[in-house]
Design a protein around this ligand. Sequence first.
Ligand code: PXP
Length: 241
Amino acid sequence: MAVLNVNIDHVATIRQARLTDEPDPVWAAVQCELAGANGITVHLRQDRRHICDRDVAVLKETVACKFNLEMCMAEPIVKIAEKIRPDQVTLVPEKRAELTTEGGLDCVKNKKRLASVVKRLHKKGILVSTFIVPDEAQIAASTETGCDAVELHTGMYANAKTDRAIEKRLNDLRDGRDIAMASGLIVHAGHGLTYRNIKPVAMIEGLCEFNIGHSIISRAMFVGMRQAAEEMIGLIEIAEF
Ligand code: PXP
């Protein structure tokens, strides 16, 4: 069955709006664990716009479920991952001006750097996943560089407006899943997923881990963190293949 990692970046976004110490993403992580989440995901961005070094260090000590660190391949960030040793690293592209991660990582163009980062993270016992568009060349580059998993970018599915466009994006995800699984990769998915659009994606057999943030944190404002996480876990669990 597919499982949920809750991305708690935006709890830190609210804190950073006032540069104060609340709300604490560490408290959110506890509530997500109590809800039955498989994991906690955070993105340590180079500009530290939400999650900070302190959060990553405290979460590493307190999260009992999977701790998934999203990050780019910039050297200072890779060094932090080597020191902190999260359970999993998801490598993403990063642009300073973007509101959120925009496209997938170009594993083909960055193959040499990717291979070196994967090797270093593996030395520390960290599982490595790449956040990619469901494209054959990107999957091949992830396999060839020794990655354990890929996270298929669901943003294009989430943004699709017509039934036809939605079905095309679901087919892209199914094709990506087939190629990745045939290459021996574990297949995750995420970005732009909500309570309203999760079902068809959760019904794709083989997508075994979802990373969802904005929609869960938005709902948590009104129903509480624990209930928001429980509701998303429920939707993932009832979706049948
Ligand atoms: N997966 C990756 C690789 C991401 O960069 C993000 C955004 O931080 C997410 C999943 C979660 O996206 P959303 O906040 O739209 O659920």
